[in-house]
Design a protein around this ligand. Structure first.
Ligand code: ADP
Ligand code: MG
Length: 372
């Protein structure tokens, strides 16, 4: 990266810039909070670590940045083990949720700091500070102090400060967590646009699945110190690898049951605990009698009178209808004791969706997944 403001967009290439190899971490001999982590971050990609609080995301970033040691295993940066390299020599830029700007310094002084530490020439520093401020669209803010900026502006300065010394990789730990929804969405686009323009490798941490889906080239879903699935946003949504991922990404209706019969093409008949049978797909091979969780997305459930075979279908009763403008959410009691959420964009006008009305709900077996 030679020019912060004008690098052409670059597609990420297939070589790993960062490699975690069998990395484990326990704090002071307590249990492992990162368990046998194997992860390659490709050059130029936007990779997100997504998972609930306490799943090991920050710990993973801290080990890469050099603020925590791995208990075992190895981390490679650009092919070399990082263990002997102190944090400030790793060429890693960081942005945190708390902006961590120096309050007693002006914006320009904050931006100059990482360059002064790296002994960049004075004239060069002035130039790069100016370019960095242009990049985050704050050209007239050089003389302000952080307390004179809004939250979003402070976070832009923090971003500029992380990028100004032309790091090999930028780590961001819930950087938008403190911003309100509107500003958060705007900053998501800005960060993504910067990534695309600079072609820099970014590792982003969030617990917000919609943020991860909109920004990332790939997402590593963490739970309990283990990557549950590493995939593109679309793949995670369409083909979750297990029940945790299916529940964590997007919305889901879940049912429990036992495999009754296996068919061809990875399709299984599952006898539901609440009565009835559904046909579902599974990536893993299941045997009759296996207990499974069935998952089907609200937008894949249909409302109607009758569905042709081989659609899954149940009789139900409308519990509630919520109008959202661009879609309608209908809560339906069906399949024994289950409550389904159905998301529909064009509810049929011949179906009055009042509470108490009888409806049929149905969905394609291919839109319904079984997990052990
Ligand atoms: P996340 O960023 O996904 O919320 P963390 O990596 O911060 O998760 O934490 C993972 C686990 O490690 C949690 O159980 C947390 O309590 C524990 N942990 C994090 N930092 C420390 C620390 N400095 N000392 C002891 N335990 C820690
Ligand atoms: Mg964290």
């Amino acid at each position: 990266m030679s020019d912060l403001s004008a690098n052409p967009a670059r597609a990420h290439d297939e070589t790993a810039l960062v490699r975690f190899i069998n990395v484990q971490k326990s704090y002071g001999g307590l249990g492992l909070v990162v368990k046998n982590l194997n992860l390659d971050v490709l050059r130029g990609e936007f990779l997100t670590l997504l998972g609930p609080s306490g799943s090991g995301k920050t710990t993973t970033l801290m080990m890469l940045a050099g603020f925590q040691d791995a208990t075992s295993g190895e981390i490679l940066l650009d092919g070399r083990p990082v263990t002997q390299t102190p944090p400030h020599e790793r060429g890693i830029g960081m942005v945190f949720q708390s902006y961590a700007l120096f309050p007693h310094m002006t914006v320009a002084q904050n931006l100059a700091f990482p360059l002064e530490v790296r002994r960049v020439a004075k004239a060069d520093i002035a130039n790069r500070v100016k370019r960095a401020l242009d990049m985050v669209e704050l050209p007239n803010f050089a003389g302000r102090r952080p307390s004179q900026l809004s939250g979003g502006q402070q976070q832009r300065v923090a971003l500029a400060r992380a990028l100004i010394f032309e790091p090999t990789v930028v780590l961001m730990d819930e950087p938008l967590g403190a911003l309100d929804k509107h500003l958060r969405e705007q900053m998501q686009y800005e960060i993504k646009a910067l990534h695309d323009r600079l072609g820099i490798t970014m590792i982003y941490v969030t617990h917000d699945q919609s943020e991860a889906l909109t920004m990332s080239d790939r997402i590593a879903v963490f739970n309990d110190g283990i990557i549950q699935q590493l995939s593109t946003p679309q793949d995670l949504y369409e083909r979750p690898a297990n029940a945790f991922v299916a529940r964590f990404i997007g919305e889901n209706n879940t049912l429990t049951g036992k495999v009754a019969k296996s068919g061809k093409d990875g399709l299984y008949d599952v006898a539901l605990s609440g009565g009835g049978v559904v046909r579902a797909v599974a990536d893993e091979s299941l045997a009759p009698g296996d207990g499974v969780i069935i998952s089907v997305r609200p937008e894949r459930c249909l409302l109607g009178h009758d569905f042709p075979d081989p659609m899954n279908q149940f009789d139900g009763k409308v519990l509630d209808t919520i109008y959202h403008g661009d879609h309608i959410r209908v809560k339906v009691h069906a399949a024994g004791s289950e409550t389904f959420i159905i998301k529909t964009v064009n509810a049929r006008s011949d179906l009055p969706l009042r509470p108490g009305v009888d409806v049929k709900i149905g969905w394609d077996p291919k839109d319904c997944r079984a997990f052990r």
